[in-house]
Design a protein around this ligand. Sequence first.
Ligand code: IDC
Length: 328
Amino acid sequence: MATVLGLFAVNTARGEAIGAAAGARTPVGTYGKVRVCGTQLCSAAGKPVQLRGMSTHGTQWYPHCLVNRAMDAFAYDWKASVLRISTYAREGGYEKNPKKFTDLASQLVDRASARGMYVIVDWHTLNPGDPNADIANAKAFFKEIAKRHKRKSNVLYEIANEPNHVNWSTIKSYAEKVIPVIRALDRDSVILVPTPGWSTLGLADGSNEQAIVDDPVRATNIMYTFHFYAPKAGEPFLKALDRASSRLPVFVTEWGTTSWTGYGNDFPMSQRYTDLMKKKKIGWTNWSISDNAREFSVFNKGVCSGRTFAGTRVLKPAGAWVRNQIRG
Ligand code: IDC
């Protein structure tokens, strides 16, 4: 056994790093239980904190990108402070086998927790756009996750991914039904609420954050999500993020350096976003931990079938670029 600088990890004889969640120098060890203060995410001590990390792809498709060695890479090589775990409601995910995908999400929560990272448990709705269509499953999923993890200090709940073709009041009513299910078990963890227009605070629908400011969700310790894909989002979404994040607590739970199709990196525009998010301490997770051919899939094709996940040789240009941004 060897202690790595006495900080993050303990290496076992098998060369597998096991993080000490309680260790003072891990993100969770440093910041403690996060909470919303004003428009910011704050540490237990009340100081604004920016979390940066990756989002998984659908756990039904890329569980082999989330094995212990991969988690070590994100925690200790990328120095990520947060992992978003995306459990798809449909598309071969939760609805096919609720127990299997709840257990998988739960196991990934444990893996990230063991490494001192924060975790966002994402209920990944996409089609249909109305999250109410899957609300019974959402409630069952979060009830079980909250039951298993309520005693942890590092879990955040994202109650739906990207509502689309629905207005704010529909999303708000969904949130006010799902939040109490979580709160009945876990009274004080942060809950992330999705927003209209594929979680663009309404921008993709030609509206903006005003609808939310005028009629916020009736709950405490919540934030609103914002997603962007840099090339198309461009300057208008950047300005809107800057404005809205001074009016509402915002967490960017999904963004890409490419278009939403996964092609065409725009690093200069991405940099403007990461600079803004750093300046305003807006937390983010980048899409996605996967090894398919698309440019926003951070690993080179086939990497997740191998044994090496750390370093930049296994990464596409977007992966190497985002790793640098996370490392800071
Ligand atoms: C995409 C995946 C793709 C999958 C598709 C449908 O990259 O492999 O076939 O979903 O499930 C989002 C969504 C996210 C999308 C991503 C990229 O939240 O699920 O992933 N994206 O298109 N919003 C904007 C872009």
